[in-house]
Design a binder for this molecule. Structure first.
Ligand SMILES: Cc1cc2nc3c(=O)[nH]c(=O)nc-3n(C[C@H](O)[C@H](O)[C@H](O)COP(=O)(O)OP(=O)(O)OC[C@H]3O[C@@H](n4cnc5c(N)ncnc54)[C@H](O)[C@@H]3O)c2cc1C
Length: 494
């Protein structure tokens, strides 16, 4: 039975495996999918997760629950030697191993692309993973608790200042959703007022959201301004050292904004893991494919290799796209994956493949509760209706009814009960509460040899330490370093 190895289980990988399960006949091929994460992340929901409208776990789709016929491997692919049809799989525990295959599908996606701006790598957080979205939500909640105990001043301002870098779709969505979240939160914090909260978005270009018309983007700017959120156009982040953002405008003026939450959404790049493969890459580091999603090099098709999603440069046959290639988005990733699965099955059966071609459906964005924009060609919707379209589209696009119901349940719950504003930030240190009161072994007593010799022999049937338990009370808490000493001492006693 031929083995199909799918590298990555995000949008493109998950859908490829899911559709292969559907199209393949019993015993026709074995599918193995490898991803370091045990779930696919529905990234368009990350802004709503950060804003507390969707529970983090509900915005991901468990691989093992939904891929019943696929062998799911939770580990990283660290190298592909396609000439030898071997991939190196590296788990988080245990030794790496080599997995051979007959067909490979590369769908390792994209990662946040940053520039070497001082402080960004240490201070900022991205928005590509569910963990980042959940951490942003918790950071805002924890900062509100802290700020509520502080007098007005620079430290309180820093805690209540959000800076987003990048005015693309993801940046504007998270910026607007967080503004809505924070405005809601103020109802529960009488110590804080609207004017205490500060929102800044930095965009190097002269406009935001290139996916919508200029007119629609102006509407978004005005809407954000009316909600107390400032967008700095033609401005670059010059430094974020120590959490102090230095914004450099086109006229070279510098504005300094200290912030405890700097979110970086200024672009993505193909997953650099592809550099550990022998596949042909184009200048932006993506795998070269032809329209039927088979990998190509200068000599033509690379046999038995496929790629799609953000990691691949897929020609856009509609004439749209950037540089003639499909833009990296979920709309393409899902449809490419479905076409890829069909084409792969066709090749296994010796049939012809079909080229991928998808006319852009438009773009829809949620900008906080009750506010959204939708653009398809020249047609635009703004405000409540567009927000309804955003929820309707994404609610239905979430894979599987099991997941759709969870997300819709969050929305219905939020409508009747409001956002859940409990933060579980302490889960970062889950053992702290237990450790604070946990009994530890007493530190070893350095018993002088003669005294030990003079000690009475233990009564028969009783252990040598029966005189008292060898445990410290919490008050006598001792450090872990004491343990090796005790071990030595008891060894000596023996
Ligand atoms: C905040 C945000 C909002 C967005 N909103 C929209 C939207 O509204 N509409 C839209 O169309 N698009 C949207 N997108 C873009 C869309 O989510 C991506 O284009 C889409 O996820 C690409 O799918 P993919 O499968 O190529 O990559 P991903 O979905 O990123 O999947 C890549 C997978 O590869 C795995 N992987 C990484 N390294 C390895 C390795 N070494 N070995 C094995 N596996 C590996 C990853 O763990 C991941 O699961 C948004 C993106 C973001 C970040």
């Amino acid at each position: 039975m031929p083995k199909i190895l799918v590298v990555g289980g995000g949008y493109a990988g998950f859908y490829t495996a899911w559709k292969l399960e559907k199209h393949l006949r019993q015993g026709e091929a074995e599918v193995v999918m490898v991803d370091p994460l045990p779930y696919m992340t529905y990234q368009p929901f990350l802004p709503e997760v950060a804003a507390g409208s969707i529970e983090p776990r509900h915005a991901v789709v468990s691989h093992r629950r939904h891929l019943k016929k696929t062998r799911v491997v939770t580990a990283k692919v660290t190298k592909v030697d396609h000439a030898a049809k071997t991939a190196t799989i590296t788990p988080s525990e245990g030794e790496p191993w080599e997995e051979t295959y007959d067909q490979i599908v590369m769908t390792a996606g994209a990662v946040s692309r940053t520039f070497p701006i001082p402080g960004v790598a240490d201070e900022a957080i991205g928005l590509k993973t569910i963990e980042e979205a959940a951490a942003i939500r918790d950071k805002i909640l924890v900062n509100f608790h802290k700020a509520a105990n502080l007098p007005a001043g620079p430290e309180r301002d820093r805690l209540l200042t959000v800076v987003v870098v990048g005015g693309g779709f993801a940046g504007i969505e998270v910026f607007a959703e967080l503004r809505s979240f924070v405005s809601d939160l103020l109802k529960s914090y009488p110590q804080l007022s609207f004017d205490d909260t500060h929102f800044h978005l930095v965009e190097a270009m002269g406009r935001i959201m290139p996916e919508v018309s200029l007119e629609t983007s102006h509407w978004v700017l005005e809407n954000l301004a009316s909600r107390g959120a400032t967008v700095h156009l033609e401005t670059q982040l010059a430094s974020a050292e120590g959490g102090v953002c230095q914004l450099k405008a086109k006229d070279e003026s510098i504005q300094t904004i200290p912030s405890d939450l700097i979110i970086w959404t200024a672009g993505v790049m193909a997953n650099p893991m592809v550099k550990g493969t022998d596949f042909p890459l184009e200048q932006r580091g993506r795998i070269r494919v032809q329209p039927d999603l088979r990998v190509v090099d200068d000599n033509g098709v690379v046999a038995d290799a496929w790629a799609c999603g953000d990691v691949a440069a897929v020609p856009d046959l509609t004439g749209g796209g950037v540089g003639g290639f499909c833009v990296p988005n979920a709309q393409h990733a899902v449809r490419q994956a479905k076409q890829l699965a069909k084409n792969l099955v066709a090749v296994i059966r010796g049939e012809a493949t079909t080229d991928y071609k998808h006319e852009n459906l438009g773009a829809v964005a949620g900008l906080g509760l009750g506010i959204g924009v939708f653009q398809s060609g020249k047609f635009a919707m703004k405000g409540f209706l567009a927000w309804g379209a955003h929820r309707g589209y994404h609610g239905l696009a979430m894979p599987s009814w099991e997941r759709k119901w969870r997300v819709i349940g969050d929305w219905v719950g939020g409508f009747f009960l409001g956002r859940d504003i409990a933060s579980l930030d302490d889960r970062e240190t889950p053992r702290a509460a237990f450790e604070a009161f946990a009994s530890r072994p007493k530190p070893a007593v350095e018993a002088p040899a003669p005294a030990a010799a003079a000690a009475p022999a233990p009564e028969e049937g009783k252990p040598a330490d029966a005189a008292g338990p060898a445990y410290a009370t919490p008050a006598e808490d001792v450090s872990k370093e004491a343990e090796p000493v005790k071990a030595e001492a008891s060894a000596e006693a023996k």
